[in-house]
Design a binder for this molecule. Sequence first.
Ligand code: T46
Length: 134
Amino acid sequence: MKTVGIIHLPVISDPRGNLTVIEGDNHIPFSIARVYYLYDVPGGSERGAHAHKRLEQFIVAVSGSFDVLVDDGTKQTNHHLNRSNYGLYLPSMTWRSMDNFSSGSVCLVLASARYDEEDYYRNYDDFKRACGLI
Ligand code: T46
């Protein structure tokens, strides 16, 4: 069973600057079908607050920092992301919300499938019901 976790990425150091690479099905445990990023996030904003039925994602703070609060329906864990050489893997059926975005932060998300609104649980009770917890 796939679990939430931090994945450290390769860093190719060079006097010209560092390079980090992410290959699907190699550095992260899924093929990459979609890439999107959050930026110009106003201070105090919260994003996310939903879960996905099938989608897997990998989240990297490529600039600045933010918090990702992860909830499997029974317990919550907070992850502070603040470096571009690691990220947070989120399997399907994981409730997540993101806040505490620093000024100028950029949140890069790699996703295992194209956008599909039908894949979302946007109501927490629906998510818990699908987990068999209520
Ligand atoms: C997640 C967090 C980290 C699209 O049209 N295509 C897309 O690929 C995405 C991600 C969103 N949208 C539309 C759907 C909404 O009308 O953009 C609007 C904002 O989406 P949402 O409110 O879901 O954005 P966030 O930042 O709350 O959540 C997103 C992802 O949806 C989600 O999977 O894990 O970023």
